[in-house]
Design a protein around this ligand. Structure first.
Ligand code: MG
Length: 402
């Protein structure tokens, strides 16, 4: 059905993320969790803030189905699979949109989440019958040199260069025709759509880009994305919550002793289904308690064989992920180990560092301490180790404004 009043928007999410290696878990950067939702959902959200009714067509990599959830492409048409190159992926998105026959189309990279409404407005505003191809450009700020054998050839004048960003805007029929012609001519490696249009003989119209409209390409960029997009949530009022956790494990021979994410040399380990890290278990429960989201035994039942001998850091990482998914952050955590032996002091800082790394927070926000029980009780009789923990988090307030 024709939908000419709406502007089409192809979101190119088919990149493999090889350069980003977004997370240790191999999630492609466009689906990496940023403040509780996928990066690409932030990108699409930026367009819904721009005051136009976009018809959003995501193009994905056929192999990424496992990373895509109900929250990946808010308000969008069902995604279509991309091709071997960016150019082929865009063509697949355009073919899918053809049934809607929009008059104008924007093409935008999924991994440019920082696009601002005024940039989108500049591109849309410049599109008309005389300007079938609109490209936002920024002047490079770095000194540019040609790369020669030494890597440092002659200087290229910055006045002679321009970096092309997305979103690029086009008359839909012209862009689809240009893409089809290029594909028919056996050309598949144009790196943006302006290049396809220029090849097809159309004039390009430049509008001012935005220095902040960067592509998330490297792991460090993803950290930056988290920071900047967390700023977008600042308007929400946050509430502070606290949770506590407590756990006990019995000493056992022939087991490694894991405490607060660190392997501690000792003649005895702790018995348990997982690695029995009593400190991380107490801390996991403290975070789950702060969220009022069950407990460790509910999320990782000891009856489930997949958690046998599991490293407890994944239980704690799961709890931290639950905080992030609520749009929250961990303020601080504190663990107390109760035992006569081993001595904890020598390992305290490596335990703090291990917990900080699992939670993705600064070690200055992690306390680890230990006490004996003066020979009293099971800990005093050296039968096992107990741990208690407290966690303080901030989450967006669920109260509705009155
Ligand atoms: Mg336990």
């Amino acid at each position: 059905m024709p939908d000419r009043q709406r502007i089409g928007l192809v979101i190119v999410a088919a990149g493999s993320g090889i350069r980003a290696a977004a997370g240790a878990n191999g999630v492609p950067k466009q689906y990496a969790d940023v403040g509780g939702k996928p990066l690409v959902a932030w990108t699409i959200g930026a367009f819904s803030d721009a005051g136009h009714d976009f018809l959003v067509q995501p193009v994905i990599s056929a192999g990424h189905g496992q990373f895509i959830g109900a929250d990946s492409f808010p308000g969008a048409l069902p995604p279509v699979a991309g091709g071997a190159t960016r150019q082929q992926s865009v063509l697949n998105g355009l073919e899918a949109l053809q049934a809607h026959d929009p008059k104008f189309i924007l093409v935008h990279d999924a991994v440019r989440p920082f696009v601002e409404p005024d940039l989108i407005a500049r591109v849309v505003g410049a599109l008309d019958d005389d300007a079938p191809a609109v490209v936002p450009v920024v002047r490079p700020v770095d000194t540019l040199r040609r790369a020669d054998a030494s890597g440092l050839g002659e200087i290229v004048s910055r006045d002679e260069t321009a970096a092309c960003q997305t979103p690029q805007g086009f008359r839909f029929a012209d862009l689809l025709a240009a893409h089809r012609r290029a594909a028919d001519a056996g050309l598949h490696d144009f790196t943006d759509d302006a290049a396809v249009m220029a090849w097809a003989g159309h004039a390009l119209t430049a509008v001012e880009g935005a220095a902040g409209n960067t592509k998330v390409t490297l792991p460090g960029d993803l950290a930056l994305a988290r920071l900047q997009l967390a700023g977008a949530m600042k308007g929400k009022s946050m509430e502070t919550r606290t949770g506590t956790g407590f756990d006990v494990h019995r000493f056992a021979a022939g087991r490694e002793l894991w405490l607060c994410g660190v392997k501690v040399p000792h003649e005895l380990g702790l018995s348990g289904h997982s690695d029995a890290d009593v400190g991380l278990h107490a801390l996991t429960d403290a975070l789950l308690g702060a969220l009022a989201d069950g407990d460790i035994g509910q999320h990782f039942p000891p009856s489930d064989p997949q958690w046998k001998d599991a490293r407890s850091d994944r239980f704690l990482a799961d709890a931290a992920h639950r905080v992030a998914r609520r749009g929250g952050r961990i303020v601080n955590v504190d663990v107390t180990l109760l035992c006569e032996a081993p001595r904890i002091g020598p390992h305290r800082d490596s335990m703090r560092a291990a917990i900080a790394a699992i939670l993705g927070i600064d070690a200055a926000r992690v306390g680890v301490k230990a006490t004996t029980t003066e020979g009293l009780g099971f800990a005093g009789r050296r039968e096992g180790i107990a741990a208690q923990a407290v966690a303080t988090i901030e989450v967006p307030s669920e109260e509705t404004a009155s």
